[in-house]
Structures are given as C-alpha cells and as structure tokens.
Design a protein around this ligand. Sequence first.
Ligand code: SF4
Length: 239
Amino acid sequence: MEGYVHSIETCGTLDGPGIRYVIFLQGCPLRCKFCHNPDSWQINAGRKVSVDELMEDILRYRNYIKTGGVTLSGGEPLLQAKFAAELFRECKRHGIHTAVDTSGAIALSICKEAVDAVDLVLLDIKSIDTIKCADLTGKGNEDALTLLNYLEQTGKDVWIRHVVVPGITENEEDIERMAQYLSRFTVIKRVEILPFHKMGEYKWKQLNLNYELGDTQPPEKESIENIKNILRKYRLNVV
Ligand code: SF4
C-alpha cells in the first residue's frame, strides 16, 4: 500500500501527546483561507511512499517516540483513508500510539476504517456555523460534526482544534454556540485554541494564489484569553 507524503517531522511536539513522528500527507479537499500549507493541496504532488518504508523509518525513532507516537497530519490525511488505516494498524502491531489530525471533511463512510484504527483524533472545528464554515473553507461542517458524533458513540478520545481568525471566527456568539455544542461530548479531552498567523502567506504567493487574509492581523492575547474563558465556562479543558 502506497500513499502520497508531503513531508515528515521526526520529533514533533504539537500534534498529540509526547514526542511524535509526524507524517504530513499530501492532498486536501478544503481551501481554508488561513491555510499555511497550500502546497499540500494537490494529492499527486507528493512523494509516493509505502507503509513498509514508513514503518521501517518510524521504528528507527522508536526510543524517541515511546512516550508519544505517530501522528498523521496534512493536508487532509483521511483523504488517503486506506493508507492511513493500514499505517495505524501496523503501528498498533508494534505498540505505537497513533493520532490523526483531521479537518473532518471526509465522509464517515469513506474514513471509518481509518478512524476505527487510530487511538486519538485531533479534530478541527473550523466554525460551528456551517455557512461561515463553507465561506472559510469551501465546505460546510456537517461531515466534521457527523464524525464527532461517531467518535462519541465509539468512545474514542478527541482533541478539538479551533483557529481564531479576526473578522471571521473571532466572534463571541459563535464561540459560545460552539462551547455549548461541544460540552455534551464526553470523548473531548481538550480544546486547543489556535491564533491565526500568516506564516504560510509566502507559499500562496509562490503558488500564484490569492491570499485573502493579507490585511488580517493575528488576534490580540486578551481576545484569545476571553475565548478560552467562554469555553471554560462550559467545563471544557482548554489549552
Ligand atoms: S484543512 Fe488544513 S491543509 Fe486543508 S486547506 Fe484547511 S488548513 Fe489547509
């Protein structure tokens, strides 16, 4: 089984617990306005790698990642759902913890096998308002919320991620709605609030793409704290 890989980070600390071997897969069906990896959008622009080759490399780092594990990120890793499922099963066979960092944009009927095989799901909720979500990413949030419901039914741990973009998602009413919605899920172990940044803007320019958020500034620290406090009111474990 082969997949298209964008890049690999062998000692990642941001995408799941502990030190992790992070594989960024190529390909994404969304077009988030704040994307910092637009070079990951086209699936066949990646390097073709087999599960066996990846496992061989992962096992070389086994000692470093023993308190962490392996994370599949992207792009949208569940776009290559069969490849992801096989990699997760192989990791499990070697006793390695797995996580997937997903936008939830892939229909459950397609990604179920991979989701069932992974230990932890890092799920992006781009906006709780499906119309705003479609405006921000090109697609509504229905598949992400369906996935979250499925994870609740199957009792799989979830970390929610939400990017705060001034003028778009930096909106107290939407945050309150999202907090209320998320508070009913027992599988959500933490919520990560990520301030918008423009570190990927240069890539849009290199690819001749129109970066709409050029004039948008990162949110103020106070605003992020305020958003975190709204979420905490609903007993969510915010980091
Ligand atoms: S889901 Fe991720 S990779 Fe895809 S467009 Fe959005 S930010 Fe970029």
